[in-house]
Design a protein around this ligand. Structure first.
Ligand SMILES: Nc1ncnc2c1ncn2[C@@H]1O[C@H](COP(=O)(O)OP(=O)(O)O)[C@@H](O)[C@H]1O
Ligand SMILES: [Mg+2]
Length: 265
């Protein structure tokens, strides 16, 4: 069996021979944030003829925050209140701000907290409008700002099974837990409720592999899913030293799943 981790190697194998991608037993893609449009297009094509992990559908779904929130809601999974509106619909933006008090504008396909903008009052909305009106994207995705303790749970799920959980804490003065936005990772034991929520979110999105971000909504008094990541990070060597020892378990579960999916009847 051949596992191809990178579509760049689509045309030739190590020995220089052409690899017929459409004859692979399975295509495993784990190329976080580095896929070119070309690679993604081929991933979509391959998905029609060979099993892909994640499937192209769930990969594409989790790459889009609005589509993910929509699917989670349809499956009865609690997420932050959200809405889309047209770029030019200033009135609707004002209505949302009134309804929610504080809200966040999120680019639907961002990562690492980049581009997320908190809108706290009329003045911050007015300041943002000239920027919003110039966006090439017509669709604005907005979420109610959830009151929480500025920590989250990242729960890794593979093949419907719990792999690991760790916490992330926003840096002082920030509300974003992302490590790339200055957040720090800490050891965190999940409750059964959190694990169950993560498993249901991964299933709703059809993801074989998922990293589910969960925060505790202080107003509602319950946890909610912020997003489902289709290519969640492995623990770095520094994090492993801290005691995050889930990499082996995760790899084992992935390999077992690949073996199962490629078993010929
Ligand atoms: N609705 C929200 N209310 C409060 N904080 C939020 C909300 N959405 C996101 N955040 C904070 O911003 C961070 C990044 O948001 P997220 O939707 O996960 O986007 P990204 O793909 O950039 O990680 C989250 O980890 C969380 O700390
Ligand atoms: Mg996130």
């Amino acid at each position: 069996m051949e596992y191809l981790r990178d579509l760049e190697s689509i045309c030739t194998s190590d020995s220089g021979e052409a690899v017929k991608m459409e004859e692979l037993d399975l295509f495993f893609s784990y190329n976080a944030r580095q896929q070119t449009k070309y690679q993604t297009y081929l991933y979509q094509t391959l998905n029609n003829v060979v099993p892909c992990m994640n499937s192209y559908e769930s990969f594409a779904l989790t790459e889009d925050k609005f589509h993910t929130s929509f699917v989670l809601r349809r499956h009865g999974i609690l997420s932050a209140d959200f809405q889309v509106c047209h770029r030019d619909d200033t009135q609707e933006l004002q209505n949302l701000l009134q309804r929610w008090g504080k809200m966040i504008y999120k680019p639907v396909s961002g990562w690492g907290g980049a581009g997320l903008t908190k809108i706290e009052n009329e003045e911050s909305l007015d300041m943002l409008l000239p920027f919003i009106n110039k966006l090439s994207d017509r669709v604005l995705y907005l979420e109610k700002f959830v009151t929480y303790d500025n920590t989250d749970c990242r729960v890794d799920i593979v093949d419907g099974q719990f792999v690991a959980c760790y916490g992330r804490k926003a840096k002082k003065g920030s509300w974003k837990t992302n490590v790339t936005s200055g957040g720090s990772v800490f050891l965190r034991e999940p409750s059964d409720e959190i694990v169950d929520l993560a498993i249901r979110a991964a299933k709703a999105c059809g993801t074989d592999i998922a990293g589910v971000d969960i925060i505790y909504d202080e107003e509602r008094g319950e946890p909610l899913v912020l997003e489902v990541n289709g290519i969640p990070a492995f623990a770095t060597p520094e994090q492993e030293k801290m005691g995050l020892n889930f990499n082996d378990k995760k790899i084992d579960l992935i390999v077992e799943m690949i073996d199962r999916k490629t078993q010929k009847a």
